[in-house]
Design a protein around this ligand. Structure first.
Ligand code: 5GP
Ligand code: MN
Length: 339
């Protein structure tokens, strides 16, 4: 357990170190918020820190404090490899298995001699970290980074920039404080982050009110494609590459679409299938309400994972074959879905 290791971590951090901080592939608000918050924190102690994101992420996250310092592994492999080779400490945030950082970056971290520290709230963590702070009950990795800073006795070091980053991740991972993992403690942390300078209204605006016209049109298309299987309390959406192209799809444009399917009255299981011709895969996003575990469903059928109520995965088949497979396996879950 991390609390017993805190003195050791404090000793490690008492002199400047080369620190590499990595979020998962296709980073979301929690991944970028937690890594940039930790980056700021480590900078206060004069560590030589860098955030290395596996690949690019949506524009609506690019206003975060010090976003410009982030290196993207996909487009800057040599520099990133050098940082990883020289790393004393490797922080893996918001994921718990190297492959979740993508093959290249995952392998580089696995072979690095840097000491590994994990902060994460996903299920079934791999056992690679010397210091592992893993808690699946947590709302977000950002809430855990707050706890981590608290364990280090440094809540007073949280400035407006750290507070802003942490607020973003807690907000996005809790669906703006509505998912069940949102606790009174989550709200207390959020209250403290506002006290410390996070501008809640501005943050909501920056993340959610930056729609392009074409994104809203794409949302319209997604809603037209929405299908409902009432007897299995399931709804799903498809988007083909042609449809994405028609509405000038940009990374992040489909973020949150699956939640509309889940918002249908009586629906407990929602999915979105998005064709990606470049990677030659179908990206699958799964959401549920109650006990139905989309983490287990994704692990069993779509080579993915995540949380009980939010998970992702992929299919190597074409869109139609993937949907046919999805529909054909659903009846196995009839009992769980109709509870
Ligand atoms: P999303 O559907 O928004 O991409 O992801 C939902 C949740 O599942 C996130 O917590 C994300 O980290 C996780 N997730 C998404 N894709 C994968 C995947 O391919 N494998 C695993 N293990 N987790 C995933
Ligand atoms: Mn998260």
């Amino acid at each position: 357990m991390i609390t017993a290791q805190i003195p050791e971590i404090k000793t490690l951090l008492s002199t400047p170190k080369n620190c590499v901080i990595v979020p998962h592939k296709n980073p979301d608000g929690d991944a970028m918020g937690s890594t940039l918050a930790l980056y700021h924190y480590l900078k206060i102690y004069n560590h030589n820190a860098v955030v290395i994101a596996p690949n690019d992420y949506p524009d609506f996250l690019k206003w975060l404090p010090d976003n410009d310092s982030v290196l993207i592994f996909d487009t800057n492999q040599e520099a990133c490899q050098a940082f990883i080779e020289d790393a004393d400490l490797l922080f893996t945030l918001d994921f718990n298995a190297f492959h979740r950082a993508g093959d290249g970056l995952g392998n580089a971290m696995e072979t690095s001699k840097g000491i590994k520290l994990m902060i994460d709230h996903h299920q079934q963590p791999d056992d690679y970290a010397t210091y592992m702070y893993s808690d699946v009950s947590m709302s977000s990795t950002c809430e855990m980074v707050y706890n981590f800073i608290e364990m280090l006795g440094d809540l007073d070091k949280i400035d407006a920039e750290i507070a802003t980053c942490l607020y973003v991740g807690i907000m996005t991972d809790t669906g703006s404080f509505r998912f069940p993992a949102t606790t009174s403690r989550t709200h207390q942390v959020i209250g403290d982050l506002i006290e410390k300078g996070a501008n809640n209204s501005e943050i909501h605006n920056n993340i959610y009110d930056t729609n392009s016209y074409s994104r809203l049109q794409l949302l319209g298309k997604a809603m037209q494609n929405l299908k409902v299987i009432p007897e299995l309390k399931t709804a799903y959406i498809t988007l083909s590459q042609d449809e994405l192209d028609e509405y000038h799809f940009k990374k992040g444009d489909t973020e949150g679409f699956v939640n509309y399917a889940l918002s249908l009255k009586g629906i407990v299981f929602a999915a979105i299938f998005i064709e990606n011709k470049q990677e030659d895969i179908i990206k699958v996003s799964l959401r549920s309400k109650g006990d139905f575990s989309v983490n287990e469903f994704s692990r069993a059928h779509f080579n993915g994972g995540g949380h009980t109520n939010a998970a992702g995965g992929r299919s190597e088949s074409d869109l139609k074959t993937t949907i046919d497979k999805f529909i054909s396996i659903l009846p196995q879950y009839k009992q769980q879905l109709s509870q």
